[in-house]
Every structure is written in structure tokens, then in C-alpha cells.
Design a protein around this ligand. Structure first.
Ligand SMILES: [Zn+2]
Length: 241
């Protein structure tokens, strides 16, 4: 095993990384934490292939570094996947309540708790996977319902919706009229989700941010400007997951 410091330029940004070479390793691995980017490679991998490999994962690396910067800026602690830890769901805090149970059983909201069953509740990787997959399913159900209601109010056909996990935007609407919403929004209070949905639906009427566009947003969501500010302020905490 040998460690060395290198750097790569991604989107005009010089990114230092620690290269760890190991004879025992068979696969490439990357990690971003408080020490920055660390790249693990098997010793048989030619070094000249490293830049191309990193550029292939440029989006992932940039996203992770931005997430990290947000977290360090705001001093928000990283979520711990364990009993009693708080999780934001529709603007409320649910405490994780872990039980021994089957891997396939779905998490259940029980008062102020989210009850999650796992064969081994101390397995934080399995816990995280199960909770995130539940959150995504809740997000899809919630957003789909809101989109259908809003589309009817605007008098447009209900557009197809997909979940995204883009780091820089909460929602988007393309020229084909498909709407993407970030699943992390399911952590936010309902009126904030409502604003993002209204914003993307209004793009079905106006593909710009003109006064006419904002008038359509206001039709669905009269208090949109307050909600827009709240969403900005909430963003770092919604990106902790
Ligand atoms: Zn927009």
C-alpha cells in the first residue's frame, strides 16, 4: 500500500486528492470526507488511466465536494444512522426506532417515530439504504399527487414526473414537458413542496421566468415568494441526506 498526493482539474477547478494504491484491492474506490477526495486503486491499474477515470466520475466528485462544503459551512452534523436519530419528513422530525425484523418489511410512521425493522438494526448501511428507499417512494407518491392536482388547476395535461437527486436544483421541467423533482424535498414542509411543484408546473405554460410565468406560479401558490426564500434557507439541511 502506498499513499501519494495528486490533483486533477475538473470544470476549471483544481481538486487535490490522495491516491492510495493497494496490491490487495481489486476495484477502484472513491471517497469524499473532511479530508477531501481519496482515490483507492489496485496496484495493477496503470497510473496514466487515473485522470480519465476521475473525469468519468467528475459529476459525482463535484457533487460530493459541494455537499461537503455546504456541511462544513453551516456546521450541520452529518446524519448518524442509529436508534433515536432524527429524520426530517414533510417538515416534522421523526426519530428512528429500530426493531429486529425482516429486510422486506416497510418502515412505518408511528407518532413521532419512524419504525424500521432490520435483521440486524446495528447495520447502519442497511438502515440507510432502507430509509432512503422508503423516502424516495414517499416522495414519488406525494409529488405525483400534487402534480396531478396542480395540473388540473392550471388546465394542463398531467405531465410525467421523475425523481432526481441533482445537487444544484430542486426541480426542472424540460421542453418535452417532463418534470423532475428532487426526492430530498420530501424532508421539507408541505407548503415548500407545493411551491416547487407550482414552479415546475408553471413552466408548462411559460418556459422562462417572466412576469407571466410568476403569475401562473401565484395562481397555484399565492405565497410563493416567501416559500422560495424559506427553501433557500432550508437547502443546506435538506442536503444532509
Ligand atoms: Zn424555473
Amino acid at each position: 500500500m502506498s499513499d501519494s498526493q495528486h490533483s486533477i482539474t475538473i470544470a476549471n477547478r483544481e481538486i487535490p486528492y490522495m491516491l492510495k494504491v493497494s496490491a490487495r484491492r481489486r476495484t477502484i474506490g472513491m471517497r469524499v470526507d473532511r479530508n477531501g477526495l481519496t482515490v483507492h486503486i489496485p496496484s495493477r491499474m496503470p497510473r496514466r488511466e487515473i485522470p480519465a477515470m476521475l473525469l468519468k466520475h467528475a459529476d459525482w466528485i463535484e457533487n460530493k465536494l459541494d455537499q461537503l462544503a455546504t456541511r462544513l459551512d453551516t456546521d450541520l452534523p452529518e446524519m448518524q444512522w442509529k436508534q433515536g436519530e432524527g429524520l426530517n419528513y414533510l417538515g416534522r422530525e421523526l426519530k428512528l426506532e429500530l426493531k429486529i425484523g425482516g429486510l422486506r418489511s416497510l418502515p412505518v410512521v408511528n407518532g413521532d417515530a419512524l419504525r424500521v425493522c432490520l435483521p440486524d438494526p446495528s447495520n447502519s448501511v442497511a438502515l440507510k439504504r432502507k430509509v432512503l428507499s422508503w423516502l424516495r417512494a414517499q416522495a414519488l407518491e406525494d409529488f405525483t399527487r400534487r402534480i396531478a392536482i396542480g395540473a388540473a388547476q392550471l388546465g394542463v395535461k398531467t405531465p410525467p414526473i421523475k425523481l432526481s437527486s441533482a445537487n444544484t436544483r430542486w426541480g426542472s421541467c424540460n421542453s418535452k414537458g417532463e418534470i423532475r423533482l428532487n426526492w430530498r424535498l420530501i424532508q421539507a414542509p408541505p407548503h415548500i413542496i407545493h411551491y416547487v411543484v407550482a414552479h415546475e408546473l408553471a413552466h408548462l405554460k411559460e418556459m422562462n421566468h417572466s412576469a407571466q410565468f410568476w403569475a401562473w406560479v401565484a395562481k397555484l401558490c399565492p405565497d410563493y415568494s416567501a416559500h422560495r426564500r424559506t427553501l433557500k434557507a432550508l437547502s443546506p439541511s435538506l442536503h444532509l441526506l
